[in-house]
Design a protein around this ligand. Structure first.
Ligand SMILES: C[S@@+](CC[C@H](N)C(=O)[O-])C[C@H]1O[C@@H](n2cnc3c(N)ncnc32)[C@H](O)[C@@H]1O
Length: 162
């Protein structure tokens, strides 16, 4: 009998429970490229910023390091957010808002609020249906403030296999 496809939440929780983050295909020790793009966004320290599909990325730490005071991370996987919380440590984790949500869910703005910068590295292309892609576009339209920025970084065609 064919396997029932798992809900993405279960899939991603399984990934973070079974593979050390450093061994994932998308791991980077420092978010150098993202930071170079973020530098061009002329952010004020008080501007709300979000890393969507944050996983256990070090970008939240980098946001704090550069003085951002309104930092949110959003991910469908509770395990990913727990891993990120532990990597940040209690002092830095306290300064970050953790949002456990599916980026395609309706009413995301109510959970997230308006943001000046939307950052997504390696999440968007996991949305494979037209409906999910349309929800993602609506989420950006409804949350990014006028004059704000969206940075979307996708895998290269021959990039990481997982
Ligand atoms: C390839 S990882 C990239 C993680 C991180 N952005 C980085 O660069 O290290 C993709 C991440 O997107 C999250 N994700 C996948 N689908 C999602 C969805 N529909 N809503 C929110 N997060 C999602 C996964 O849990 C995972 O943490």
């Amino acid at each position: 009998m064919p396997e029932t496809p798992r809900h993405p939440r279960e899939h991603w929780d399984g990934v973070y429970a079974s593979v050390p983050v450093e061994e994932t295909g998308w791991f980077e020790a420092s978010p150098t490229v993202s930071l170079s793009l973020i530098e061009r966004c002329d952010l004020d320290p008080a501007d709300p910023v979000v890393d969507v599909g944050a996983g256990a990325s070090s970008l939240a730490a980098a946001f704090l390091e550069r003085g951002q005071r309104d930092v949110s991370v959003l991910d469908i996987s509770a395990n990913a957010l727990e891993e990120l919380r532990s990597r940040l440590g209690p002092d830095r984790a306290e300064q970050v808002r953790f949002i456990h949500a599916d980026v395609t869910e309706p009413g995301l703005r109510a959970k997230l609020g308006p943001v000046k910068l939307w950052h997504d590295r390696a999440m968007l292309h996991f949305l494979t249906s037209d409906a999910d892609c349309a929800s993602y576009a609506r989420a950006i339209e409804s949350t990014v403030m006028p004059g704000g920025y969206a940075i979307l970084a996708a895998y290269a065609l021959h990039g990481a296999p997982t």
